[in-house]
Ligand binder design. Structure first.
Ligand SMILES: Cc1cc2nc3c(=O)[nH]c(=O)nc-3n(C[C@H](O)[C@H](O)[C@H](O)COP(=O)(O)OP(=O)(O)OC[C@H]3O[C@@H](n4cnc5c(N)ncnc54)[C@H](O)[C@@H]3O)c2cc1C
Length: 548
């Protein structure tokens, strides 16, 4: 020890939160997995949770984010390279997630949906991975989601699928045809509009077997993917394309990266500004139906945004609980101070609802193909769940940060990174208001199906406090003249109702306090500012993390 620090003895600091089984230490997750049909996965999930919870993996998460990717636009002689270099820690995460199948395990090798409970089994893993490193999950979610859109071109999909489902991460910069495994990205957003993609100015001109695309994208993440779904204006209107990094003749495609974004968080991942100069691409789906085609992808990434935000919240809560169990203030552990218990129990209650909700939604994705009621649930609830979970995550993580006091605010710990990471899931793949408009669209266009979803939620959560009032409010808002202006009220209630129903059907004892504190009573502006009885407080804290 340096002499200047020799008089210091470090006391009263919590031990590292590491070498944890991120699955079995999380009772609400295990309950939600079982309730949604993936109980057979428990042993595999526990092995997965142990691996991702090792000190080594947690440390790699720090390293990957402290060493952001670099753009190598040109080589030393001035020739274009258009490559992005990632730190080995990022590649390690990609390798881990791909070998675990997170990029494709919900698809069969033919590109059809894998049998249930593939979605729930994957969602649990995705939630665990998000706790450790969220940046690399961008290409992971896009790769799995692209298959939904590529289904519009069955012949091309059949060529791509063997490379997509391969559980081998191959970062080499080569033609996708020559690679063992590939990843896929997506470029919709332009300078003049991300939400309003119909305003895209990028042009596509038919040429031979494909199209030549000229224009730009203002955000295109994970730029070293092997191909990108891209929207561009073709003669027949806005259309969807698949743009490979190499043209079919083996030459490098004209995908020119201008800059990498300097981002608040998500720093291990690269997000590029890019220009296309007659870049080759295949059309996906009919001309003029670009939005309709790519929306098949976006449903999947929206689900993943919600799962990942839930994962970030979980890690924040676990860190807060772990720290307060070890830190003493005024001769008492923080976790035993009555007000801290209220705060943590209220956060644990929120977490119960959130994890029940995202796993319930994953179940709907599992069953949507065979069950119209589940398809209707997925349609209505995907934007509602993305809205609620992704938008509430930052405030939740901030509260967890404060439980660690000053240590929470410092980059040496994990809370600062979790906090900076959280907002992105609410912004991309359709920002908050856009999600609310999408809920309204589903509720009005598929009115009967949406009413049936609501009736089912009411039945499942029946008799719990605030349920019938929530159903009334939702019904009133959907049909009101000012529905758009008050859509956030409707969507928040809908998400809370669905979380209550998910908790109730899984038999979780958190259902009653959740309904009482979230649906029946007006919420306080912060955590801990609502009435929870002493038994509920103990129950919630014990379920959140076993004492060590
Ligand atoms: C880190 C990062 C990575 C990204 N990666 C990609 C990528 O790989 N590919 C890609 O295509 N895009 C990507 N994006 C872009 C992202 O999807 C867009 O930023 C997002 O869709 C919002 O579009 P915009 O930025 O143009 O904002 P705008 O469309 O201008 O929206 C601004 C705000 O207005 C709200 N709004 C929009 N319409 C309405 C309305 N009718 N009523 C009320 N409010 C409304 C929105 O909710 C939003 O909050 C990325 C973004 C970030 C931050």
């Amino acid at each position: 020890m340096p002499e200047s620090l020799a008089t210091y003895e470090v006391l009263n600091q919590s031990p590292p939160y590491a070498d944890i089984d991120l699955f079995t230490s999380d009772v609400p997750l295990a309950d939600a997995v079982a309730a949604n049909g993936a109980g057979t996965e428990v042993l595999a999930l526990s092995a997965f949770g142990r691996h991702w919870g090792t000190a080594e993996m947690l440390e790699l998460g720090r390293v990957a984010n402290e060493n952001p990717p670099k753009l190598r636009a040109f080589d030393a002689k001035g020739y274009r390279r258009d490559m992005v270099e990632f730190h080995p820690a990022y590649h390690r995460f990609m390798s881990e997630s791909v070998s675990a199948g997170l990029h494709a395990m919900t698809w069969t090798p033919e590109g059809t949906r894998a049998a249930a409970p593939a979605e729930v089994a994957r969602a649990a893993r995705y939630y665990i991975v998000a706790q450790v490193e969220n940046g690399h999950m961008c290409p992971v979610t896009m790769t799995r989601a692209c298959v939904g859109a590529l289904a519009a071109e069955p012949a091309l999909l059949q060529r791509l699928m063997p490379k997509i489902v391969a559980r081998e991460y191959d970062p080499s910069f080569r033609r996708w045809e020559d690679k063992r495994g590939i990843t896929l990205g997506m470029g919709m957003t332009e300078k003049q509009g991300g939400t309003d993609v119909r305003a895209n100015t990028t042009r596509a001109v038919p040429a031979g077997d494909g199209y030549l695309i000229t224009g730009h994208k203002w955000f295109m993440s994970a730029p070293m993917c092997d191909a990108f779904l891209v929207l561009a204006q073709a003669p027949g209107g806005l259309s969807c394309f698949l743009m490979p990094r190499f043209r079919p003749d083996g030459t490098v495609n004209a995908v020119h990266f201008q800059r990498l974004k300097d981002k608040l968080g998500n720093r291990s991942n690269a997000s590029s500004e890019v220009e296309f100069v007659e870049a080759f691409a295949w059309r996906i789906g009919e001309e003029g139906r670009g939005v309709r085609t790519i929306i098949e992808m976006v449903q999947f990434t929206r689900l993943d945004c919600a799962i990942a935000s839930a994962g970030l919240m979980r890690m924040a809560l676990a860190q807060a609980l772990h720290h307060t169990r070890h830190r003493t203030v005024f001769q008492k552990h923080l976790a035993d101070q009555p007000m801290m218990r209220s705060v943590i129990a209220d956060m644990a209650l929120e977490m119960e609802g959130v994890v029940a909700l995202v796993m319930r939604l994953a179940r709907a994705f599992d069953r949507a193909g065979a069950d119209p009621a589940e398809a209707a649930f997925a349609r209505l609830m995907t934007p509602a769940v993305k809205y609620y979970v992704c938008k509430t995550a930052p405030a939740f993580i901030y509260e967890a940060m404060e439980c660690l006091g000053g240590n929470g605010y410092v980059e040496d710990g994990m809370l600062a990174r979790l906090y900076r990471e959280a907002p992105v899931n609410a912004i991309w793949e359709g920002s908050g208001n856009v999600m609310c408009l999408d809920v309204l669209r589903a509720a009005t266009r598929d009115a009967d199906a949406s009413r049936a979803v609501l009736a089912q939620l009411e039945k499942q959560a029946a008799d719990l406090p605030g349920v019938s009032e929530a159903v009334r409010v939702i019904g009133e808002h959907v049909s009101s003249a000012g529905a758009e202006a008050s859509a956030r009220v409707l969507v928040e209630k809908l998400a809370l109702l669905a979380a209550t129903a998910a908790l109730q059907t899984s038999g979780a004892r958190a259902a009653e306090p959740f309904a009482r504190c979230r649906l029946a009573n007006v919420r306080g502006a912060t955590y801990g500012a609502r009435e929870l009885d002493v038994d509920s407080v103990s129950l919630l804290i014990d379920r959140a993390l076993p004492a060590d």
